[in-house]
Design a protein around this ligand. Sequence first.
Ligand SMILES: Cc1cc2nc3c(=O)[nH]c(=O)nc-3n(C[C@H](O)[C@H](O)[C@H](O)COP(=O)(O)OP(=O)(O)OC[C@H]3O[C@@H](n4cnc5c(N)ncnc54)[C@H](O)[C@@H]3O)c2cc1C
Ligand SMILES: NC(=O)c1ccc[n+]([C@@H]2O[C@H](COP(=O)([O-])OP(=O)(O)OC[C@H]3O[C@@H](n4cnc5c(N)ncnc54)[C@H](O)[C@@H]3O)[C@@H](O)[C@H]2O)c1
Length: 452
Amino acid sequence: MRFVVLGGGPAGVQAASYAARLGAKVTVVEKDVLGGAANLWDCIPSKAMIATGGLVSLSVRAAKMGVNDVKVSLDLDEIRARIAGITQHLERSNAELLRSQGVEVVEGEARFLDPHRIAVRGRDGHDVEIEGDAFLISTGSRPRVPDWATVDGKRVLTTRQAYPPPEIPEHLVVIGSGVTGVEFVHMFRTFGSQVSLIVSRQQVLPQKDPEVAAALEADFLDSGVRLYKGARAKAVRADEEGVVVDCDDGRSVAGSHCLLAVGSIPNYEGLNLEMAGVEVDDGGFIPVDHHCVSNVKHIYAAGDISGKLPLASVATMQGRKVAEHVMGLDSREHRHLDYDKAASAIFTEPEIADVGLAEAEAFSMGRKIRVTKVPFAANARALINGDPRGFIKILSDPATGVVLGGSIVGERAAELISVIALAVTAHLKVSDIVESLLVHPALAEALAEAAD
Ligand SMILES: Cc1cc2nc3c(=O)[nH]c(=O)nc-3n(C[C@H](O)[C@H](O)[C@H](O)COP(=O)(O)OP(=O)(O)OC[C@H]3O[C@@H](n4cnc5c(N)ncnc54)[C@H](O)[C@@H]3O)c2cc1C
Ligand SMILES: NC(=O)c1ccc[n+]([C@@H]2O[C@H](COP(=O)([O-])OP(=O)(O)OC[C@H]3O[C@@H](n4cnc5c(N)ncnc54)[C@H](O)[C@@H]3O)[C@@H](O)[C@H]2O)c1
């Protein structure tokens, strides 16, 4: 089996390495960074910046824990070097992993010549042709730049220009209040910037549980973030002095810098998909079935380009499933990829994480559920850590006790949600969590209480 992967992000690297382990002859083509541009130029650096901001927040909390006069100052060059170091380390690990499994990595930009052949344009401008029996398109996505904004990398920035930006903004106007937008609001408020957020709807995080979104909004407002709700940006004016964002409700928001967080677009242009007969939808995504197969049966799509949940974790799992299908392993007993059971987290402070069924979703389906909720204010470890914000909410089936979903707002939410995610995937009952002997004092004890 000659398996050719276009794009070496989380989806492509996982598919390549797993297929190679299963015996395929694998080639990965990557044009920019092995490990994935959305992953190593957005996901990872944003979390690294947030980790630095976390130390600043801790220094503020320190006084309440008996440590006085902690002074912090940011060193942008050091932050930049640290992030570059993490990216390079992960890129090297990916290269070593693939090399150790005999995967051939070709640097360059891939395009289809016909359904079984691609050409790769290398950095020297020359083309190399590669033939395959099966192909994976995992070319990811990039930040969307609307036509009403001109990005200059100085005052008007995409996310990829902000790890860190050339200077810490005095007043950052963030456009877009999805997951990316709120993470950037949090990141820059911890760095000491005044932050304004343009929220096109009446709630930040429109896809999330309203109670969770309300908790985050309250925290933003407490720390001085200005929310402009019901406002869609329609123009950005920038000059030497700063920026002004004009909104469709007549309001204008002035700041020193502006950051676009208005979503991502799939990388499908230039792939010559028509030469392979692969269809794309109106948004540029490649529709796939539950095995990630496109309309052409030997061509798969996974990761952001597949138009499913755009998460690195999902891309990785899709890659694994693609490798299994390519190598014919799907005929043995296996679990289908269930996007409804994907855990996700938002790395704000407090952290937010959820998995499975949401309360609002159950309500709109008319499904009977049991909802149990416990605040961290009653948890010994949260008090010891000096951060008792937030809560754990668990949804279960009232008849069987099976865990259906949950959300967590609070310190370490991204880690704690794993317990609920495991329960949802393995159909565990609330009693399984209640009867687990957990560590004391630990934040996880709140999970057992919420399950009780
Ligand atoms: C700001 C931000 C923060 C995020 N944070 C998180 C997070 O905390 N957790 C999480 O799970 N997800 C997060 N995500 C989402 C995550 O980054 C993506 O879902 C994930 O990287 C998608 O993986 P992928 O393999 O589809 O694409 P990518 O990571 O984009 O990799 C695709 C690769 O294909 C290459 N490529 C494109 N075209 C070609 C071509 N023609 N030839 C050869 N190579 C090509 C690109 O150079 C790229 O390296 C975040 C996204 C953003 C924007
Ligand atoms: N921690 C994480 O796991 C993480 C972090 C960032 C992104 N992601 C992934 O990336 C996906 C995309 O998230 P995103 O936030 O980048 O995009 P998104 O599409 O989810 O959100 C963009 C927001 O911008 C708003 N918007 C669009 N045009 C606007 C305008 N003119 N004015 C004001 N607002 C406008 C939209 O209404 C939307 O709410 C997420 O669903 C997630 O899967 C994950």
